[in-house]
Design a protein around this ligand. Structure first.
Ligand code: GLA
Length: 432
Protein backbone atom coordinates (compact mmCIF):
# COMPACT_ATOMS: atom_id res chain seq x y z
CA UNK A 1 0.00 0.00 0.00
CA UNK A 2 2.63 2.48 0.94
CA UNK A 3 5.17 2.82 -1.79
CA UNK A 4 7.51 5.53 -0.75
CA UNK A 5 9.14 6.06 -4.10
CA UNK A 6 11.83 8.37 -2.92
CA UNK A 7 13.45 7.41 0.34
CA UNK A 8 14.75 10.84 1.22
CA UNK A 9 17.57 11.64 3.54
CA UNK A 10 18.12 14.91 5.31
CA UNK A 11 21.10 16.37 3.58
CA UNK A 12 23.06 19.26 4.95
CA UNK A 13 23.15 20.70 1.46
CA UNK A 14 19.38 20.35 1.22
CA UNK A 15 18.88 22.34 4.36
CA UNK A 16 21.34 24.99 3.25
CA UNK A 17 19.63 25.22 -0.12
CA UNK A 18 16.14 25.57 1.20
CA UNK A 19 17.19 28.37 3.52
CA UNK A 20 18.88 30.28 0.72
CA UNK A 21 16.16 29.38 -1.81
CA UNK A 22 13.56 31.24 0.21
CA UNK A 23 15.82 33.89 1.54
CA UNK A 24 15.39 32.50 5.06
CA UNK A 25 18.06 32.86 7.63
CA UNK A 26 18.55 31.70 11.16
CA UNK A 27 17.19 34.95 12.52
CA UNK A 28 13.78 34.61 10.86
CA UNK A 29 13.46 31.01 12.01
CA UNK A 30 13.90 31.89 15.67
CA UNK A 31 11.80 35.04 15.91
CA UNK A 32 8.16 35.00 17.02
CA UNK A 33 5.77 33.73 14.34
CA UNK A 34 4.42 36.66 12.36
CA UNK A 35 0.80 37.48 13.11
CA UNK A 36 -1.18 36.85 9.97
CA UNK A 37 -3.89 39.46 10.55
CA UNK A 38 -4.45 41.62 7.50
CA UNK A 39 -2.93 39.15 5.07
CA UNK A 40 -4.63 36.84 2.60
CA UNK A 41 -7.52 34.51 3.38
CA UNK A 42 -5.20 31.48 3.15
CA UNK A 43 -3.01 32.98 5.85
CA UNK A 44 -6.00 33.22 8.19
CA UNK A 45 -6.82 29.53 7.90
CA UNK A 46 -4.67 27.98 10.60
CA UNK A 47 -4.08 30.60 13.25
CA UNK A 48 -4.52 27.78 15.77
CA UNK A 49 -3.68 24.11 15.09
CA UNK A 50 -6.36 22.55 12.84
CA UNK A 51 -8.76 20.12 14.56
CA UNK A 52 -10.94 17.53 12.91
CA UNK A 53 -11.41 13.94 11.82
CA UNK A 54 -9.79 11.92 9.00
CA UNK A 55 -11.19 8.73 7.46
CA UNK A 56 -7.94 6.77 6.93
CA UNK A 57 -7.21 5.16 10.30
CA UNK A 58 -10.68 3.77 10.82
CA UNK A 59 -11.99 3.20 7.29
CA UNK A 60 -9.18 3.13 4.71
CA UNK A 61 -10.65 2.06 1.38
CA UNK A 62 -14.11 1.48 2.89
CA UNK A 63 -14.76 5.21 3.18
CA UNK A 64 -18.12 6.20 1.70
CA UNK A 65 -20.72 8.94 1.58
CA UNK A 66 -22.74 7.10 4.22
CA UNK A 67 -19.76 6.80 6.57
CA UNK A 68 -18.99 10.50 6.16
CA UNK A 69 -22.58 11.58 6.80
CA UNK A 70 -22.90 9.39 9.88
CA UNK A 71 -19.53 10.66 11.10
CA UNK A 72 -20.64 14.26 10.64
CA UNK A 73 -23.79 13.54 12.66
CA UNK A 74 -21.73 11.89 15.40
CA UNK A 75 -19.26 14.79 15.55
CA UNK A 76 -22.21 17.07 16.21
CA UNK A 77 -24.17 14.84 18.61
CA UNK A 78 -21.22 13.73 20.77
CA UNK A 79 -20.08 17.30 21.37
CA UNK A 80 -16.84 16.97 19.37
CA UNK A 81 -17.87 19.93 17.23
CA UNK A 82 -18.56 22.00 20.34
CA UNK A 83 -14.99 21.50 21.62
CA UNK A 84 -13.49 22.52 18.27
CA UNK A 85 -13.26 19.50 15.92
CA UNK A 86 -14.50 21.02 12.67
CA UNK A 87 -12.71 19.51 9.64
CA UNK A 88 -14.10 16.24 8.21
CA UNK A 89 -11.45 14.89 5.85
CA UNK A 90 -11.88 12.06 3.35
CA UNK A 91 -8.48 10.42 2.94
CA UNK A 92 -7.28 8.22 0.08
CA UNK A 93 -9.40 5.87 -2.06
CA UNK A 94 -12.41 8.06 -2.64
CA UNK A 95 -11.48 8.36 -6.34
CA UNK A 96 -13.22 6.51 -9.17
CA UNK A 97 -10.68 7.51 -11.83
CA UNK A 98 -9.64 10.28 -14.18
CA UNK A 99 -11.60 10.97 -17.37
CA UNK A 100 -9.31 10.23 -20.31
CA UNK A 101 -10.85 12.99 -22.44
CA UNK A 102 -11.41 15.87 -19.99
CA UNK A 103 -8.70 14.91 -17.53
CA UNK A 104 -11.16 15.49 -14.69
CA UNK A 105 -10.84 13.48 -11.50
CA UNK A 106 -14.06 11.85 -10.36
CA UNK A 107 -15.26 9.99 -7.28
CA UNK A 108 -16.12 6.30 -6.92
CA UNK A 109 -19.78 6.31 -7.93
CA UNK A 110 -20.70 3.27 -5.82
CA UNK A 111 -19.40 4.65 -2.54
CA UNK A 112 -20.19 8.33 -3.29
CA UNK A 113 -23.40 8.13 -5.33
CA UNK A 114 -24.47 11.75 -4.69
CA UNK A 115 -21.10 13.19 -5.68
CA UNK A 116 -18.61 15.27 -3.73
CA UNK A 117 -20.43 18.58 -4.09
CA UNK A 118 -23.57 17.20 -2.44
CA UNK A 119 -21.48 15.63 0.31
CA UNK A 120 -19.63 18.90 0.94
CA UNK A 121 -23.01 20.65 1.13
CA UNK A 122 -24.11 18.18 3.79
CA UNK A 123 -20.93 18.74 5.83
CA UNK A 124 -21.34 22.51 5.53
CA UNK A 125 -25.02 22.36 6.48
CA UNK A 126 -23.94 21.07 9.89
CA UNK A 127 -21.46 23.90 10.38
CA UNK A 128 -18.41 21.70 9.65
CA UNK A 129 -15.72 21.93 6.98
CA UNK A 130 -14.96 19.49 4.20
CA UNK A 131 -11.54 18.01 3.45
CA UNK A 132 -10.22 15.73 0.73
CA UNK A 133 -6.96 13.95 -0.22
CA UNK A 134 -4.70 13.78 -3.25
CA UNK A 135 -1.06 13.08 -4.04
CA UNK A 136 1.82 14.94 -5.72
CA UNK A 137 2.76 11.89 -7.79
CA UNK A 138 1.19 10.01 -10.67
CA UNK A 139 -0.67 7.71 -8.25
CA UNK A 140 -1.70 8.09 -4.63
CA UNK A 141 -0.25 5.87 -1.92
CA UNK A 142 -3.36 3.71 -2.36
CA UNK A 143 -2.76 3.43 -6.15
CA UNK A 144 -5.51 5.84 -7.21
CA UNK A 145 -4.88 8.62 -9.77
CA UNK A 146 -2.53 11.28 -8.38
CA UNK A 147 -2.47 15.00 -9.23
CA UNK A 148 0.95 15.11 -10.95
CA UNK A 149 0.48 17.28 -14.07
CA UNK A 150 -3.19 17.89 -13.19
CA UNK A 151 -2.67 20.26 -10.27
CA UNK A 152 -4.68 23.18 -11.63
CA UNK A 153 -7.51 21.00 -12.87
CA UNK A 154 -7.77 19.15 -9.58
CA UNK A 155 -7.54 22.30 -7.48
CA UNK A 156 -10.40 23.78 -9.53
CA UNK A 157 -12.48 20.63 -9.07
CA UNK A 158 -11.85 20.65 -5.31
CA UNK A 159 -12.82 24.33 -5.08
CA UNK A 160 -15.96 23.79 -7.15
CA UNK A 161 -17.02 20.94 -4.86
CA UNK A 162 -16.61 23.16 -1.79
CA UNK A 163 -13.42 21.62 -0.39
CA UNK A 164 -11.93 23.50 2.60
CA UNK A 165 -8.88 21.29 3.30
CA UNK A 166 -6.51 19.30 1.09
CA UNK A 167 -4.18 16.61 2.44
CA UNK A 168 -1.49 16.17 -0.21
CA UNK A 169 0.60 12.98 -0.11
CA UNK A 170 3.97 12.10 -1.71
CA UNK A 171 3.86 8.63 -3.26
CA UNK A 172 4.83 7.91 -6.89
CA UNK A 173 6.56 11.21 -7.50
CA UNK A 174 8.88 10.76 -10.49
CA UNK A 175 12.49 10.41 -9.42
CA UNK A 176 15.07 13.00 -10.26
CA UNK A 177 18.48 11.92 -11.45
CA UNK A 178 20.33 12.62 -8.24
CA UNK A 179 19.63 12.30 -4.52
CA UNK A 180 20.69 15.91 -4.15
CA UNK A 181 17.67 16.99 -6.15
CA UNK A 182 15.16 14.93 -4.20
CA UNK A 183 14.17 17.76 -1.86
CA UNK A 184 14.00 20.26 -4.74
CA UNK A 185 11.43 18.04 -6.41
CA UNK A 186 9.34 17.99 -3.24
CA UNK A 187 9.43 21.79 -2.90
CA UNK A 188 8.52 22.13 -6.56
CA UNK A 189 5.61 19.68 -6.48
CA UNK A 190 4.15 21.10 -3.27
CA UNK A 191 4.49 24.67 -4.54
CA UNK A 192 2.74 23.76 -7.80
CA UNK A 193 -0.33 22.53 -5.90
CA UNK A 194 -0.06 25.35 -3.33
CA UNK A 195 -0.19 27.91 -6.13
CA UNK A 196 -3.04 26.06 -7.85
CA UNK A 197 -5.08 26.12 -4.63
CA UNK A 198 -4.47 29.85 -4.17
CA UNK A 199 -5.43 30.51 -7.80
CA UNK A 200 -8.90 29.04 -7.19
CA UNK A 201 -9.74 31.97 -4.90
CA UNK A 202 -11.26 29.58 -2.34
CA UNK A 203 -9.43 29.45 1.00
CA UNK A 204 -8.28 25.81 1.27
CA UNK A 205 -6.18 24.65 4.20
CA UNK A 206 -3.15 22.88 2.72
CA UNK A 207 -1.83 19.85 4.62
CA UNK A 208 1.55 18.61 3.39
CA UNK A 209 2.05 14.87 3.85
CA UNK A 210 5.66 14.23 2.87
CA UNK A 211 6.41 12.40 6.20
CA UNK A 212 9.59 14.35 7.06
CA UNK A 213 12.57 13.04 5.06
CA UNK A 214 12.87 16.24 3.05
CA UNK A 215 12.47 18.52 6.09
CA UNK A 216 9.12 20.09 5.11
CA UNK A 217 9.23 22.24 8.27
CA UNK A 218 11.89 24.32 6.43
CA UNK A 219 9.82 25.07 3.33
CA UNK A 220 6.21 24.04 4.08
CA UNK A 221 4.94 27.52 4.81
CA UNK A 222 6.69 29.04 1.79
CA UNK A 223 4.89 26.70 -0.60
CA UNK A 224 1.52 27.62 0.93
CA UNK A 225 1.28 24.83 3.53
CA UNK A 226 -0.51 25.21 6.85
CA UNK A 227 0.74 21.94 8.39
CA UNK A 228 3.34 19.35 7.43
CA UNK A 229 3.90 15.81 8.60
CA UNK A 230 7.02 15.27 10.69
CA UNK A 231 6.92 11.48 10.71
CA UNK A 232 5.75 8.39 8.88
CA UNK A 233 2.32 6.93 9.61
CA UNK A 234 1.53 6.37 13.28
CA UNK A 235 -0.11 2.97 13.68
CA UNK A 236 -2.21 1.86 16.65
CA UNK A 237 0.88 0.81 18.58
CA UNK A 238 2.91 2.35 21.38
CA UNK A 239 6.42 1.95 20.02
CA UNK A 240 8.27 0.63 17.01
CA UNK A 241 11.86 1.55 16.33
CA UNK A 242 12.98 4.35 14.06
CA UNK A 243 11.21 6.84 11.88
CA UNK A 244 12.37 5.44 8.54
CA UNK A 245 9.23 4.04 7.00
CA UNK A 246 5.58 3.42 7.94
CA UNK A 247 4.30 2.40 10.33
CA UNK A 248 5.77 3.82 13.50
CA UNK A 249 4.41 4.00 17.04
CA UNK A 250 3.24 6.91 19.17
CA UNK A 251 6.56 7.14 21.02
CA UNK A 252 8.61 7.31 17.82
CA UNK A 253 6.44 10.13 16.54
CA UNK A 254 6.87 12.02 19.83
CA UNK A 255 10.64 11.77 19.48
CA UNK A 256 10.51 12.95 15.86
CA UNK A 257 8.84 16.17 17.07
CA UNK A 258 11.29 16.83 19.88
CA UNK A 259 13.58 19.41 18.27
CA UNK A 260 11.27 20.97 15.71
CA UNK A 261 9.51 23.56 17.87
CA UNK A 262 11.14 26.53 16.22
CA UNK A 263 9.49 25.65 12.89
CA UNK A 264 5.91 25.62 14.19
CA UNK A 265 3.61 28.54 14.95
CA UNK A 266 0.59 30.56 13.88
CA UNK A 267 -0.33 29.68 10.32
CA UNK A 268 1.99 26.65 9.91
CA UNK A 269 2.21 23.65 12.22
CA UNK A 270 4.35 20.54 12.69
CA UNK A 271 2.07 17.52 12.23
CA UNK A 272 2.99 14.23 13.96
CA UNK A 273 0.08 12.44 12.14
CA UNK A 274 -3.49 11.61 13.07
CA UNK A 275 -4.57 10.39 16.51
CA UNK A 276 -4.94 6.66 17.09
CA UNK A 277 -6.92 7.36 20.28
CA UNK A 278 -9.92 5.04 20.51
CA UNK A 279 -8.98 2.65 17.68
CA UNK A 280 -8.28 -0.34 19.96
CA UNK A 281 -6.90 -2.32 17.04
CA UNK A 282 -10.14 -2.03 15.08
CA UNK A 283 -10.53 -0.24 11.77
CA UNK A 284 -8.12 -0.10 8.90
CA UNK A 285 -4.58 0.61 10.06
CA UNK A 286 -4.38 -1.75 13.06
CA UNK A 287 -1.00 -2.19 14.80
CA UNK A 288 -1.95 -4.24 17.84
CA UNK A 289 -3.72 -1.55 19.85
CA UNK A 290 -2.79 0.68 22.77
CA UNK A 291 -4.20 0.95 26.27
CA UNK A 292 -6.09 3.95 27.65
CA UNK A 293 -2.99 5.34 29.33
CA UNK A 294 -1.11 5.31 26.03
CA UNK A 295 -3.99 6.95 24.15
CA UNK A 296 -4.14 9.64 26.82
CA UNK A 297 -0.41 10.22 26.46
CA UNK A 298 -0.83 10.64 22.72
CA UNK A 299 -3.50 13.31 23.33
CA UNK A 300 -1.35 14.98 25.99
CA UNK A 301 1.77 15.15 23.85
CA UNK A 302 -0.01 16.22 20.65
CA UNK A 303 -1.53 19.10 22.64
CA UNK A 304 1.83 19.92 24.26
CA UNK A 305 3.18 20.15 20.69
CA UNK A 306 0.44 22.51 19.39
CA UNK A 307 -0.08 19.76 16.83
CA UNK A 308 -3.09 19.49 14.54
CA UNK A 309 -5.47 17.09 16.28
CA UNK A 310 -7.15 14.95 13.67
CA UNK A 311 -9.21 12.14 15.21
CA UNK A 312 -8.71 8.74 13.55
CA UNK A 313 -11.21 6.47 15.30
CA UNK A 314 -14.81 5.68 14.39
CA UNK A 315 -16.59 8.48 16.26
CA UNK A 316 -19.96 6.77 15.74
CA UNK A 317 -18.90 4.12 18.26
CA UNK A 318 -16.73 5.72 20.94
CA UNK A 319 -16.68 4.28 24.44
CA UNK A 320 -16.72 6.54 27.50
CA UNK A 321 -12.94 6.48 27.92
CA UNK A 322 -12.37 7.63 24.34
CA UNK A 323 -14.95 10.39 24.75
CA UNK A 324 -13.27 11.53 27.95
CA UNK A 325 -9.94 11.85 26.13
CA UNK A 326 -11.23 13.59 23.02
CA UNK A 327 -13.68 15.92 24.77
CA UNK A 328 -11.29 17.23 27.44
CA UNK A 329 -11.47 21.00 27.00
CA UNK A 330 -8.57 21.60 29.38
CA UNK A 331 -6.04 19.66 27.30
CA UNK A 332 -7.48 21.06 24.04
CA UNK A 333 -7.01 24.59 25.43
CA UNK A 334 -3.28 23.87 25.75
CA UNK A 335 -3.14 22.78 22.09
CA UNK A 336 -5.06 25.85 20.94
CA UNK A 337 -3.35 28.36 23.22
CA UNK A 338 -2.89 31.71 21.51
CA UNK A 339 0.84 31.88 22.22
CA UNK A 340 1.19 29.06 19.64
CA UNK A 341 4.42 27.65 21.06
CA UNK A 342 5.37 24.00 20.60
CA UNK A 343 6.42 22.33 23.88
CA UNK A 344 10.00 21.16 24.38
CA UNK A 345 11.76 18.57 26.56
CA UNK A 346 13.43 20.14 29.59
CA UNK A 347 14.34 17.00 31.55
CA UNK A 348 15.20 13.42 30.59
CA UNK A 349 16.65 10.84 32.97
CA UNK A 350 16.16 7.08 33.32
CA UNK A 351 13.19 7.10 30.98
CA UNK A 352 11.46 9.86 32.90
CA UNK A 353 10.84 13.14 31.12
CA UNK A 354 9.44 16.61 31.71
CA UNK A 355 8.17 18.76 28.85
CA UNK A 356 7.30 22.44 29.00
CA UNK A 357 5.03 24.56 26.82
CA UNK A 358 4.82 28.31 27.43
CA UNK A 359 1.18 29.49 27.42
CA UNK A 360 -0.46 32.88 27.13
CA UNK A 361 -0.77 34.96 30.29
CA UNK A 362 2.66 33.95 31.60
CA UNK A 363 1.46 30.38 32.35
CA UNK A 364 3.18 27.10 31.42
CA UNK A 365 1.91 23.63 30.61
CA UNK A 366 4.13 20.97 32.15
CA UNK A 367 3.95 17.30 31.12
CA UNK A 368 5.56 14.60 33.27
CA UNK A 369 6.07 11.40 31.30
CA UNK A 370 7.21 7.83 32.05
CA UNK A 371 8.65 5.96 29.04
CA UNK A 372 9.47 2.89 31.15
CA UNK A 373 7.57 -0.39 31.33
CA UNK A 374 7.41 -0.16 35.14
CA UNK A 375 5.71 2.26 37.54
CA UNK A 376 8.06 5.12 38.38
CA UNK A 377 7.98 8.29 40.43
CA UNK A 378 9.22 11.43 38.76
CA UNK A 379 10.26 14.55 40.63
CA UNK A 380 11.05 17.74 38.77
CA UNK A 381 12.37 20.85 40.48
CA UNK A 382 11.66 24.39 39.31
CA UNK A 383 15.28 24.39 38.12
CA UNK A 384 14.66 21.22 36.07
CA UNK A 385 11.58 22.85 34.59
CA UNK A 386 13.44 26.11 33.91
CA UNK A 387 10.98 28.03 36.07
CA UNK A 388 11.59 30.94 38.40
CA UNK A 389 13.42 29.24 41.30
CA UNK A 390 12.12 31.69 43.89
CA UNK A 391 8.46 31.51 42.81
CA UNK A 392 5.59 29.33 44.03
CA UNK A 393 3.22 27.86 41.48
CA UNK A 394 -0.39 26.68 41.39
CA UNK A 395 -0.48 23.45 39.39
CA UNK A 396 -3.82 22.72 37.70
CA UNK A 397 -4.20 19.03 36.75
CA UNK A 398 -5.94 18.96 33.35
CA UNK A 399 -7.34 15.43 33.86
CA UNK A 400 -8.49 15.85 37.47
CA UNK A 401 -9.71 19.34 36.54
CA UNK A 402 -8.49 20.80 39.82
CA UNK A 403 -5.60 22.74 41.26
CA UNK A 404 -3.40 20.28 43.07
CA UNK A 405 -1.80 22.84 45.35
CA UNK A 406 1.06 25.22 45.64
CA UNK A 407 4.56 23.90 45.97
CA UNK A 408 7.71 25.69 46.93
CA UNK A 409 10.24 24.16 44.61
CA UNK A 410 9.24 20.88 42.90
CA UNK A 411 6.47 18.63 41.63
CA UNK A 412 6.27 14.81 41.87
CA UNK A 413 4.01 12.26 40.25
CA UNK A 414 3.74 8.48 40.40
CA UNK A 415 3.31 7.32 36.82
CA UNK A 416 2.28 3.97 35.36
CA UNK A 417 4.13 2.61 32.30
CA UNK A 418 3.82 5.10 29.40
CA UNK A 419 1.69 7.43 31.50
CA UNK A 420 1.90 11.21 31.37
CA UNK A 421 0.32 13.90 33.52
CA UNK A 422 -0.19 17.46 32.38
CA UNK A 423 -0.48 20.52 34.61
CA UNK A 424 -0.99 24.20 33.91
CA UNK A 425 1.39 26.19 36.09
CA UNK A 426 0.46 29.69 37.18
CA UNK A 427 2.73 31.70 39.40
CA UNK A 428 1.04 31.95 42.83
CA UNK A 429 0.47 35.36 44.32
CA UNK A 430 2.77 36.28 47.19
CA UNK A 431 1.48 35.43 50.72
CA UNK A 432 -0.67 32.62 49.33
C1 GLA B 1 0.14 7.62 3.22
C2 GLA B 1 -0.18 8.69 4.26
C3 GLA B 1 -1.33 8.22 5.12
C4 GLA B 1 -2.55 7.92 4.27
C5 GLA B 1 -2.19 6.91 3.17
C6 GLA B 1 -3.30 6.77 2.14
O1 GLA B 1 0.63 6.46 3.82
O2 GLA B 1 0.95 8.96 5.04
O3 GLA B 1 -1.65 9.18 6.12
O4 GLA B 1 -3.02 9.12 3.71
O5 GLA B 1 -1.01 7.30 2.48
O6 GLA B 1 -2.96 5.89 1.10
Amino acid sequence: MRKFIQKGVILISAIAFSFSFFGCNDKTATTEPVTQTGRTAEDQLALTPPMGWNSWNAFGKEVSEQVIKETVDAIVSTGLQAVGFNYVVIDDIWQGGRDSVTGMLYEDAKRFPSGMKALADYVHSKGLKFGIYSDAGTLTCGDMPGSFGYEEKDAKSFASWGVDFLKYDYCYVPELVSWNNDYKMAIDRYKTMGDALKATGRPILYSICEWGPRSPWLWGKEVGGHMWRTSYDVADIWDTPRNETSPIGILTSIDAMANLGRFSGRGGWNDPDMLVVGLKNTGFIKGGGCNEIEYRTQMNMWCMFSAPIMIGCDVRNMNEETKTILLNKDIIAIDQDSLAKQGFRVMSKDGLEAWKKPLSGGRFAIALFNRNSQDKTITASWKDLELNASARYDAYDVWMHETTGVSLDKISAKLKPHESQVYVFTEAKKNN
